[in-house]
Ligand binder design. Structure first.
Ligand SMILES: Nc1ncnc2c1ncn2[C@@H]1O[C@H](COP(=O)(O)OP(=O)(O)OP(=O)(O)O)[C@@H](O)[C@H]1O
Length: 236
């Protein structure tokens, strides 16, 4: 393996009763790249990422981070940062306090809290209660939480599930720059989206799913035709 964290999804399936949310999915994410994980609504992206993060048990197959299941990582918070959903914040808590609690639980130094608040542009809002945050500000706070474990030049995996939800165009441009900079620094980034244009601009690799099945995995440059076919008759 090159220097960096890779992801290997092998024969991964998740069935919820009759629904084959993820159906025999196999793809790799090379270390130090941005991989766009694309598909229409309900195609199995979130379920795949939740299995990768050990939050959902696969029906079959494996999802490995640097060769290990998430649960077997020696220091998961420092190896992986994730933005999965932004609904889970305590509304009465201030943004800075939320991050302090996350940092403390993961034994991450408190100085990282101020660093990540600056990195996501929330310094001015840090002492306001999260209940008053806009959706875009919540996304930034979630991203700050995902970045907390970064440090010491150690490459990490960033898993971002629809992170641009609620961001305005300026915020989306800012997010693209941040993701590109993370990959340039050696981190591996997986970003899911159902909006093609958002991801195709920054991704080195593209994985396309539909109905839980793989449609394409490979270099971004070669994907245009597959994308057009996949989305042509989708309603998203
Ligand atoms: N806990 C669950 N129980 C039952 N069905 C589920 C569950 N989680 C997901 N599903 C179903 O699995 C399928 C895939 O959902 P998933 O959220 O993974 O798709 P997605 O690609 O992330 O969609 P979106 O872009 O809308 O977020 C959908 O049909 C969904 O209804």
């Amino acid at each position: 393996m090159a220097d960096g964290v890779d992801v290997r999804i092998h024969a991964l399936s998740k069935h919820f009763k009759q629904v084959r949310a993820v159906d025999n999915l196999t793809f790799d994410v090379p270390p130090g790249t941005v991989t766009g994980f694309l598909g229409p609504n309900g195609s199995g992206k979130t379920t795949t990422l939740r299995m990768l993060l050990g939050l959902v048990r696969p029906t079959a197959g494996s999802a490995l981070i640097g060769g290990r299941a998430y649960a077997d990582l020696p220091d998961p918070r420092r190896t992986v940062g994730a933005v999965l959903e932004t609904a889970g914040f305590h509304p009465g808590r201030r943004g800075r306090d939320h991050l302090r609690i996350v940092a403390q639980a993961a034994r991450i130094p408190q100085r990282r809290v101020d660093e990540v608040l600056g990195e996501v542009g929330l310094d001015d809002a840090a002492d306001r209660r999260v209940g008053g945050y806009s959706l875009g500000m919540r996304q930034r706070l979630a991203l700050a939480g995902a970045l907390l474990g970064e440090g010491g030049g150690r490459p990490r995996l960033l898993v971002l599930d629809e992170p641009s939800n609620g961001l305005d165009p300026g915020g989306m441009a800012w997010l693209r720059d941040l993701i590109t900079a993370k990959a340039a620094a050696g981190h591996t980034v997986v970003i899911s989206s159902h909006v093609l244009a958002e991801v195709s601009r920054i991704a080195d690799h593209i994985v396309i799913v539909r109905d839980g099945r793989l449609r394409y995995a490979g270099p971004a440059a070669a994907m245009t035709k597959t994308l057009e076919e996949t989305f042509a008759d989708a309603t998203s």
